[in-house]
Design a protein around this ligand. Structure first.
Ligand SMILES: Cc1cc2nc3c(=O)[nH]c(=O)nc-3n(C[C@H](O)[C@H](O)[C@H](O)COP(=O)(O)OP(=O)(O)OC[C@H]3O[C@@H](n4cnc5c(N)ncnc54)[C@H](O)[C@@H]3O)c2cc1C
Length: 343
C-alpha cells in the first residue's frame, strides 16, 4: 500500500522498486541485492525497515484462531471475526492489546485481557496502569494479570489458554499483542546494534553513508540525554525527514518532543515528552471523571505529560516539559497549569 498517490513519486523523481525485498547489503561496495537478484548501488543508505511482530512459541501457538495485528488485512479480518461476538482472549497489556480489548468490547464481545503487568504499566507506570485497569474493568473486561500464558489447547482451533499459575480460560479466539523486535537482520553484522540500529542525533550509524530512522533506530536524543528506540508513527515520520536532510548534508539534530496518542473507549490519551525513569507522578484532575493529566517528574523537573481527554490542555501543559515545577500548584486546578513553574 502506498502512503501517497502514485503520481507523487513520479512528480518528486522518486523511483519506486516494489514487490521485492532487499536480501543482502554490502556496505564495503555500497550495494544492495534484491530478492530477485538485481543489484542496486547507493551513495547513501537509509535503514527504515521498522519492526516485526514478536510471536508466541508456547505449546498450541499454531492453533487456528490465534491472531496477530500488524497489517490492514489483519485488521479487516479481525474486525469481521469480532463482529461474530466470540469470547476473545487478548494476550499482552500494551497499547495493541488494550486497544484491541476496547474495540472488541465495544463490538459486544466477552473479553479477557491478560499479561504479567497491568494495562500499559511498562510505558505509563503504576499509577496510570491502575487507572487504566479501572477503565477496562468498568467496561466489563476481565483482567487476568500477574501471569504468563503458557499454552493453548483445542481440537484444531483454539478453545482454551493455560496460565503460569495453573489456571485456564476458555475462549473462541486469541489476539496476541506482545510487542515487536527491530528488523536489523539485513545489516546487523555491519553496524553497531543495541536494541536496534544505534545512531547519533543526526540519524547517522557508525558506518559512513548509512543512516537509520523509525522503529528500527535506537537514536541519541539530546533532549532526553539518552538513546531511545521509539515505536510511534509521529517519530518515524519526523525522524525520516531529519534523516533525509542529514543524507543531503543538512545536519540538524533530531530533537523533537516525542508524541503519541491512544484511543480506548471514550478515553483519548495524549502523551508528550519521554519519561524513561521518574521519581514522582503528579496527577491534575480526577481520573474517575475520565479527564486528567499526569506529570512525570524527576528531581521536580517535568519529563513527560500524559493527558486523558484534555487535548487543548495537554498542549499548554507541554510548556512545562523540562522545567522545574511546584507540584502543589500543579495539582490545584484553580491555578493555570502554566503558572506552576517552580520558584
Ligand atoms: C496495529 C498497529 C497499530 C499502531 N498504532 C499506533 C498508534 O496508534 N500510534 C503510533 O504512534 N504508532 C502506532 N503504531 C506504530 C507505528 O505504526 C510505527 O511506529 C511506524 O509504522 C514505524 O514506521 P517505520 O517506517 O519505522 O516502520 P514500518 O512502518 O514498519 O515500515 C517498515 C517497512 O520496511 C519494509 N521492510 C522491512 N524489511 C525489508 C526488506 N528486507 N526489504 C524491503 N523492505 C523491507 C517493511 O515491509 C515495511 O514496509 C502501530 C503499529 C501497529 C502494527
Amino acid at each position: 500500500m502506498l502512503l501517497e498517490l502514485p503520481n507523487y513519486y513520479e512528480d518528486h523523481a522518486i523511483e519506486l522498486q516494489l514487490g521485492e525485498r532487499v536480501a543482502r547489503i554490502d556496505p564495503s561496495l555500497r550495494v544492495l541485492e534484491l530478492s530477485g537478484g538485481r543489484r542496486v548501488f547507493y551513495d547513501k543508505l537509509l535503514m527504515a525497515t521498522g519492526a516485526a511482530l514478536r510471536h508466541m512459541d508456547v505449546p498450541g501457538h499454531d492453533l487456528d484462531g490465534i491472531l496477530y495485528l500488524r497489517t490492514l488485512r489483519d485488521c479487516d479480518m479481525l474486525r469481521g471475526l469480532l463482529q461474530q461476538h466470540p469470547h476473545v482472549l487478548i494476550v499482552g497489556t500494551g497499547f495493541i492489546g488494550c486497544e484491541v480489548a476496547a474495540s472488541a468490547r465495544q463490538l459486544g464481545c466477552e473479553v479477557t485481557l491478560t499479561g504479567p503487568d497491568l494495562p500499559l504499566a511498562h510505558v505509563l507506570g503504576k499509577e496510570l496502569s491502575e487507572i487504566y485497569a479501572g477503565y477496562h474493568r468498568g467496561k466489563g473486561i476481565t483482567l487476568k494479570t500477574g501471569v504468563k500464558t503458557t499454552a493453548f489447547s483445542g481440537a484444531g482451533h483454539v478453545e482454551r489458554a493455560v496460565f503460569s499459575d495453573g489456571s485456564t480460560v476458555d475462549c473462541d479466539m486469541v489476539v496476541v499483542g506482545i510487542g515487536v523486535t527491530p528488523n536489523i537482520e539485513l545489516i546487523a553484522e555491519h553496524l553497531k546494534i543495541e536494541n536496534g540500529i544505534v545512531t547519533d542525533e543526526f540519524c547517522r550509524t557508525d558506518v559512513e553513508g548509512i543512516f537509520a530512522a523509525g522503529d528500527v533506530a535506537n537514536s541519541w536524543h539530546p533532549r532526553l540525554g539518552a538513546s531511545a528506540r521509539l515505536e510511534h508513527f509521529d517519530n518515524a515520520q519526523r525522524q525520516g525527514e531529519a534523516a533525509a536532510k542529514a543524507m543531503i548534508g543538512k545536519l540538524e539534530a533530531f530533537d523533537t518532543v516525542p508524541f503519541f496518542y491512544s484511543d480506548q473507549y471514550e478515553f483519548r490519551l495524549i502523551y508528550r515528552g519521554m519519561a524513561l525513569s521518574w521519581d514522582r507522578v503528579v496527577i491534575r484532575g480526577a481520573p474517575d471523571t475520565g479527564s486528567f493529566s499526569a506529570f512525570y517528574l524527576k528531581n521536580r523537573r517535568v519529563l513527560a505529560v500524559c493527558s486523558v481527554n484534555r487535548y487543548a490542555k495537554s498542549v499548554i501543559a507541554a510548556q512545562l516539559l523540562h522545567h522545574e515545577i511546584d507540584s502543589a500548584m500543579l495539582v490545584d486546578e484553580s491555578v493555570a497549569v502554566d503558572h506552576a513553574f517552580g520558584k
